[in-house]
Design a protein around this ligand. Structure first.
Ligand code: J2J
Length: 539
């Protein structure tokens, strides 16, 4: 087995233990699908609009695309940026790449030139896979911009009308013999929410990821009758693996893809497809609660609503069962690994007030003070973790890894939590410099760097401001070089730089200087308080 350069392996002793425990089962993602297709070829795996793909069809397409990508010159461990909306092709492409041992690099549909160019450049991608159009946006235009910035990107593959690019439809070749990867190898690069200037990539192996997927499916009681509505962006770690679409494939159930998560789009789908489980971020859960007042009958088959990605407050959490008629599960996870779930047997108190407990008895969870000293249960501290499916390092990021992980391999999550004796965690805040915009993560430094590129900006600080709907929105405090500047100009500037819309500050405040901490750093806490007061005063 040859390991990807830039991947930090688990120490051999831990790896051996995870294998002995049966956590790392030695099966690749590609082999998992093949086994399932062998067991029940004719069961429906994916519903996408009018299309219904059986397990056998999905399996066959994956083999064909593996051959097609190989024809393009893509081989084992080559990186391919995949930016697809919620369409069935996401799965044929990913499993095709898995079979080949090539690595999807997951981009979100909201990402634009700045993000995608960075992923392509940083991962040295050989290809970029897109849809033609989605939500009125033409991804081929984006691909042209990305190719101009990253000439090393050789292929653009399009699901749909390909224009001058390669049509995905033409890559369904006759399957070829492939050595394929081994389960201990990296399967793909997932995106981190990030708190640094440029987003980091997360290498996940077949073994570690499939363990988290199987264990998650177990916790959620998935079986062949599971019908999972994927309403969040399909490539995000939550709907992909907690237990998500991969958990459903592992259980032999059915994935129903929704292009948009709004009630008008998905409630009819839930009814007609008999959806039993879905996953939402808190703002969407609130929208669903509002709509359900009149439309509850459409949700009759729904048994479990998972909510995660951002804090789901107890006041709303307690409304799920009475108003939607389905059970709630809180999910607190991260693309780096650790995932916590509330369990079916949990009391209402735990269900409403905590974000669950870790998947595995071998997840090592520590809550520590600023000096990394362990704190007793109930006290607020930094969450550190290591375990059978939590990475030991970001991809090609030695310097950052030295800060993001302890010397003995614990990942510093940047989350502030309290732990109960039962292991349940309550997320109380964040030490990392990030804004969680209703589940969309915005790294402050990344946006500040874009703002600083404007000639009239002397200094910039991005902070979270409270928001009733998203939980948080972003506010940029700006010190100008003197010349007058309007908020709309700055926003347009960021858009023209190709920054994803969700990262554009929701509000811009001009100040003459920043409050400073004792050591002379920008006092972001003071800025957060200032904007919170301004908002409160305006209400
Ligand atoms: C508070 N904060 C939360 C929650 C995540 C399952 C579910 C979510 C993610 C995810 C995921 C939270 N309450 N319930 O990957 O598999 C914040 C924390 C965390 C960060 C990770 C999964 N659930 N968060 O959201 O990589 O700050 O993963 O560290 O996008 O989201 O973000 P991300």
């Amino acid at each position: 087995m040859s390991q990807l350069t830039g991947f930090t392996p688990w120490p051999e002793q831990d790896a051996q233990r995870y294998r002995e425990l049966g956590y790392w089962a030695g099966e690749t993602l590609g082999a998992m699908l093949q086994r399932k297709a062998g067991e029940h070829p004719d069961r429906i795996a994916i519903v996408c609009g009018k299309r219904r793909w059986s397990y056998a069809e999905l399996d066959a397409k994956a083999d064909q695309l593996a051959a097609g990508f190989a024809r393009l010159g893509i081989g084992a461990q080559d990186r391919v940026v995949v930016q697809l909306p919620n369409v069935a092709e996401f799965f044929s492409v990913c499993f095709g790449l898995f079979r080949l041992g090539a690595l999807p690099v997951f981009a979100l549909p909201a990402h634009r030139r700045a993000e995608v160019s960075h992923f392509c450049r940083f991962a040295d991608a050989k290809a970029y896979v897109i849809a033609d159009l989605d939500g009125g946006f033409d991804y081929r235009t984006l691909a042209r911009e990305v190719q101009a910035e990253v000439p090393a990107l050789r292929h653009v593959v399009v699901a749909g009308e390909a224009a001058e690019f390669t049509a995905l439809a033409d890559l369904h070749d006759t399957p070829i013999e492939l050595a394929g990867p081994s389960a201990g190898e990296v399967a793909f690069l997932q995106l981190s929410g990030g708190s640094t200037g440029l987003p980091k990539l997360i290498p996940r192996t077949h073994d570690d990821y499939l363990y988290s997927v199987r264990a998650s499916a177990d916790i959620c009681g998935l079986d062949q009758d599971a019908v999972y509505l994927c309403a969040l962006p399909v490539a995000h770690n939550f709907p992909l693996s907690s237990p998500g679409t991969l958990g459903v494939l592992h259980a032999g159930g059915r994935i129903v893809l929704a292009r948009r998560p709004s009630p008008d789009e998905v409630f009819p789908l839930i009814g007609t497809e008999g959806v039993t489980i879905t996953a939402l971020v808190p703002p969407l859960a609130m929208v669903w609660l509002e709509s359900a007042r009149q439309r509850r009958p459409e949700l009759k088959t729904l048994k479990l609503l998972q909510v995660g990605g951002a804090k789901f407050g107890a006041e709303v959490a307690c409304r799920v069962l009475p108003e939607l008629g389905c059970r709630l599960q809180q999910v607190f996870g991260m693309a780096e690994g650790l995932v916590n779930y509330t369990r079916p047997e949990d009391s209402d108190e735990l269900l409403h007030h905590t974000q669950g407990r870790a998947i595995s008895p071998h997840d090592e969870v520590r809550v520590v003070d600023d000096e990394d000293r362990d704190l007793p249960d109930g006290e607020l501290g930094h969450l550190l973790t290591r375990g059978p499916y939590t990475i030991r390092g970001y991809y090609l990021a030695d310097e950052h890894n030295a800060r993001a992980f302890t010397a003995d391999g614990y990942y510093r999550t940047g989350d502030l939590v309290r732990r109960l004796p039962s292991g349940h965690l309550t997320v109380e805040g964040r030490a990392k410099d990030q804004i969680n915009r209703g589940g969309d993560k915005v790294a402050a430094e990344e946006v500040e760097n874009h703002l600083l590129a404007h000639p009239a900006v002397h200094d910039a600080a991005l902070v979270a401001m409270p928001d009733a709907y998203l939980g948080e929105r972003s506010c940029a405090f700006i010190v100008t070089r003197g010349a007058p500047l309007r908020p709309v100009e700055l926003m347009r500037f960021l858009r023209e730089r190709g920054v994803a819309q969700y990262k554009i500050p929701d509000r811009i405040e001009f100040v003459t200087e920043f409050p400073k901490t004792g050591v002379g750093k920008v006092n972001k806490r003071a800025l957060r308080e200032r904007i919170a007061e301004l908002i409160a005063a305006a209400d």
